[in-house]
Design a protein around this ligand. Structure first.
Ligand code: UTP
Length: 231
């Protein structure tokens, strides 16, 4: 059975309107796929995490404490998805990679949040992909791939359909803070490179396309793979 890891951005999972509809729909796809695939999902924190981090910073918390609050929110989001997945999923989010690996022996779908301060859930998903020996990681985010520049600021910005890990590291390697080149975490990009794990960056809102990427089929977005595809 093929193992696939999904990094599900908090901004995709949490909605202002029809907020359970997306969770239900993504859960249906994951349940459907779990007959053929072992699935590991890492949920992001989204705006709820940002809310706590901002409020905590105003109140004087140190950065690692803020990270711990962010992690709590990512785990809360994991529980939301677990609720929609029912019996196919582990009952609570594993707190580290070994726990996740263990949970994967008993359940078709494992859902977890963050692991330790100083990381993002993208980096966690890359480290998890290494641990569970996944060949493919899909990053479901709010943009439809990696761009040459910020498409909101630069009309000439082009989506990059394929790139190598080295090219991804070149793109995100020096970025700090939020921005167009933060389509994937730099730490996570290096982890994927060293273990030759391919990465699909897709718009998580398009569930048909997300499923295609999870199944290793042709998708719209950016494919990061050890060698550039020709043709
Ligand atoms: P996210 O991975 O969702 O952060 O974790 P992000 O990059 O801000 O996500 P987007 O912008 O919604 O895509 C939320 C916060 O939780 C903490 C960090 O503070 C992070 O910013 N966190 C998460 C950790 O410290 N360690 C982890 O393993 C995961």
């Amino acid at each position: 059975m093929e193992t696939v890891v999904l990094s599900l951005g908090g901004s995709v999972l949490l909605r202002d309107e029809g907020y359970t509809s997306y969770v239900r729909r993504v859960a249906k796809i994951l349940i459907d796929m779990s007959a053929k695939y072992k699935l590991y999902v890492v949920t992001g924190g989204g705006k709820i995490a940002r809310y706590y981090i901002k409020a905590g910073r105003y109140l004087g918390a140190d950065e690692s404490f803020l990270d711990e609050m962010g992690i709590e929110v990512t785990r809360l989001n994991a529980r939301l998805l677990i609720t929609a997945l029912g019996d196919r999923a582990c009952h609570s989010p594993p707190k580290d990679y070994d726990e996740a690996l263990h949970a994967g022996k008993a359940h078709s779908i494992v859902v977890m949040g963050g692991v330790s301060p100083g990381l993002t859930t993208d980096a966690v998903s890359a480290l998890l992909a290494e641990r569970v020996k996944a060949k493919r990681l899909v990053n479901a985010t709010s943009v439809d791939g990696a761009y040459t520049a910020d498409p909101k600021k630069n009309p000439d910005a082009k989506r990059i359909p394929h790139m190598t890990h080295k090219e991804l590291i070149g793109l995100v390697g020096h970025s700090t803070g939020a921005g167009p080149n933060n389509v994937f975490d730099p730490v996570g990009a290096r982890v994927l490179e060293r273990s030759k794990i391919s990465l699909a960056i897709v718009d998580g809102n398009d569930l048909v396309n997300l499923r295609a990427a999870l199944e290793g089929k042709t998708f719209r977005g950016t494919l990061v793979a050890p060698r550039r595809r020709h043709g």
